[in-house]
Design a protein around this ligand. Structure first.
Ligand code: FAD
Length: 329
């Protein structure tokens, strides 16, 4: 979003050994940044360091029906997807073009168009800041749910992610993983469901819906899609019968929950294209906020967001939650 002030130092750690050595002796406050695409940082001076885990490398182990990739946290996610698609491997192709590094994907269980990292992750290696030891965490240990994990939860976050082990299928998908992809393939008379075909479809869909962050600063989805109970869903459907919703497929929810489309709620509140304080609701996609004035700042963004969340709350009784990580210094 091109916000944030200055910090003391940028420290780039390129191996597990460097991470261990640095944190055993250095106790200064720090913020971890990978690609910086999902962060909102206060404009004040940060009296601490910025840490980047930049461990590179991909190793591949072949099995009969699947391939396991072990990937350093510093690899760019879309490059890993391109690499796997070129090997004709399926599992992350629908996550094409999501910015950032692979090491950040477990934080909010990154995903798009029916796939997310929890569906392919076997385990990951992380540096545990409470014990100063490198640990291996299984998929279950990460407690993934929709845009959530132990790494995002402030009560349980204490790990620096060093590498990921993921399992990708040698078989292509049997059907399109998401309605928007299915519609795109139909519209363009494409029957091919190979990883490359899905990657190309997703890339086109995203081009139409999302502004390029290098040209129009943004963090992708600004709000999480709200998860509601069946009673809340029915209350809303009785007033808005065309409201889109999806059953929440998170493994962790015990009762039936439903996911609403935050972008639809914002759109219905009449806010598409709305601008104030140097920020704007992107006219082609109400879930995205773009920065349209260079001189604007973090406080202005929080004021702008309050207007949006209040309008949605007043109209639907739904509390929108900001999706990116906020570092309030
Ligand atoms: C145009 C656009 C489209 C997007 N589309 C999607 C989408 O479809 N789906 C989706 O889920 N997200 C999406 N995002 C959000 C973002 O790309 C993802 O969340 C991505 O994983 C962030 O990666 P990053 O490397 O930029 O992480 P950063 O923004 O640098 O960091 C994000 C968080 O992870 C922490 N972190 C980063 N690396 C590590 C590490 N190695 N160890 C411990 N903590 C770490 C940071 O401290 C921070 O809390 C989009 C963003 C943009 C700008």
């Amino acid at each position: 979003m091109k916000l944030g002030g200055e910090a003391n130092k940028l420290i780039i750690l390129e191996s597990e050994k460097e991470v261990e050595k640095f944190f055993k002796t250095n106790k200064d406050p720090f913020i971890v940044i990978s690609g910086g695409s999902n962060l909102l940082i206060d404009d004040k001076y940060f009296n601490g360091n910025i840490i980047k885990i930049d461990i590179k490398g991909i190793t591949k182990t072949d099995h009969k029906e699947y391939t396991v990739l072990e990937i350093g946290a510093g690899e760019v996610l879309d490059k890993v997807i391109n690499y796997s698609v070129n090997l004709n491997l399926s599992g992350i192709e629908a996550m094409s073009k999501i910015p950032g590094l692979i090491g950040a994907t477990p934080i909010q269980n990154v995903g798009a168009y029916g796939q997310d990292i929890s569906q392919v992750l076997i385990s990951l290696k992380a540096y545990d800041l409470s014990t100063n030891k490198i640990v291996e965490l299984s998929n279950k240990d990460c407690e993934f749910s929709y845009r959530q994990s132990i790494f995002k939860n402030p009560k349980t976050r204490k790990h620096l992610i060093l590498s990921l082990k993921i399992k990708l299928s040698k078989k292509p998908l049997k059907s399109a993983p998401y309605k928007a992809i299915e519609d795109y393939l139909k519209r363009n008379q494409i029957e091919d469901l190979s990883p490359l075909s899905i990657r190309e479809a997703v890339s086109k869909i995203r081009e139409e819906k999302l502004p390029d962050p290098l040209k129009m600063p943004n963090v992708g989805s600004f709000y999480k899609n709200p998860i509601v109970s069946e009673a809340t869903l029915n209350r809303l459907l009785s007033r808005y019968e065309n409201m889109p919703y999806f059953e929440d497929s998170s493994k962790n929810s015990k009762t039936k929950k439903y996911k609403l489309a935050a972008g639809w709620l914002i759109d219905q509140a009449g806010l598409k294209g709305y601008s104030r304080y140097g920020f704007m609701i992107y006219p082609k996609n109400a879930l995205v906020i773009t920065k349209i004035k260079d001189s604007t700042n973090f406080c202005d963004l929080m004021k702008f967001s309050k207007i949006i969340t209040k309008k949605v709350k007043d109209q639907f009784g739904i509390e929108l939650k900001i999706e990116p990580e906020i570092f309030n210094i």
